[in-house]
Design a protein around this ligand. Structure first.
Ligand code: IYR
Length: 227
């Protein structure tokens, strides 16, 4: 153990076996009802739900505990409009020219296209940035780059926790990755070490929202037991 490590007692509450099963079953059931939603109501959402979700995501494990993430929460109609316009321009180009026939075919059952009205309809957009490296200033003011480890995996885990929190709070989400996403860095004026990771509209579904008919793989095909 490195001499720089400092340890303290773990705060860990044991839960009875019955309670363990109840909680795990309940979480499984609740998460099984999550759907990716593309039709949002403009109805406002209590900000505390967004804040709690980001605070939860920020507890995620990360490489060397570097916490290589920034969550930008957008509710400004003007900024949402800029994001929609830029996303639609990129997505239109992608759907019409950049995506292969194979890719378009893989997506066909979702019924998506380049129109992204949800980027303005949803009351909040959470734009998650991955810090490819850290930026610190020396005592003399010069900028220093700090290497980050496993930033892709770390941000992915944090986003998973964010989605769980928002779902359990009774909100709908969409994991949207317009490609390329550099416009988000510009519009949101993020520093040079941050890369857009995912754009998440959050809100209540539109009253008449529909979702594609899809199924999840059966457990037997994704769970392999080695005893
Ligand atoms: N980014 C595009 C296309 C798209 C790609 C995948 I992979 C999806 O699972 C869904 C959509 C869009 O958002 O429409």
């Amino acid at each position: 153990m490195s001499s720089r490590a400092q340890y303290m007692p773990l705060d860990f509450q044991r839960v009875s076996p019955e309670e363990q099963q109840t909680r795990s079953q309940q979480f499984r059931q609740q998460m099984s009802t999550r759907r990716t939603v593309r039709m949002f109501s403009p109805e406002p959402v209590p900000y505390v739900l967004i804040e709690n979700a980001v605070a939860t995501a920020a507890t995620a494990p990360s490489g060397a505990n570097q916490q290589p993430w920034t969550f930008v929460v957008v509710s400004s109609p003007d900024v949402k409009r800029q994001i929609r316009q830029a996303a639609e321009a990129e997505e239109r180009e992608s759907y019409e020219h950049r995506m292969s026939a194979e890719w378009l075919d893989a997506l066909a059952h979702l019924g998506t296209d380049w129109h992204k009205p949800h980027l303005e309809d949803a009351p909040y957009l959470i734009v998650v940035f991955r810090q490819a490296y850290g930026l610190e200033r020396d005592a003399d003011g010069t900028e220093k780059k700090i290497k980050h480890y496993y930033s892709e995996e770390s941000v992915g885990i944090a986003v998973g926790m964010l989605l769980c929190s928002l779902h359990l709070a009774g909100l709908a989400t969409l994991t949207h990755t317009p490609s390329p996403m550099a416009f988000l860095t510009e519009i949101l004026k993020r520093p040079s070490n941050e890369r857009p990771y995912v754009l998440i509209p959050v809100g209540y579904p539109a009253p008449d929202a529909t979702v594609p008919v899809i199924t999840k793989k059966p457990l037997e095909s994704v769970l392999v037991r080695v005893e």
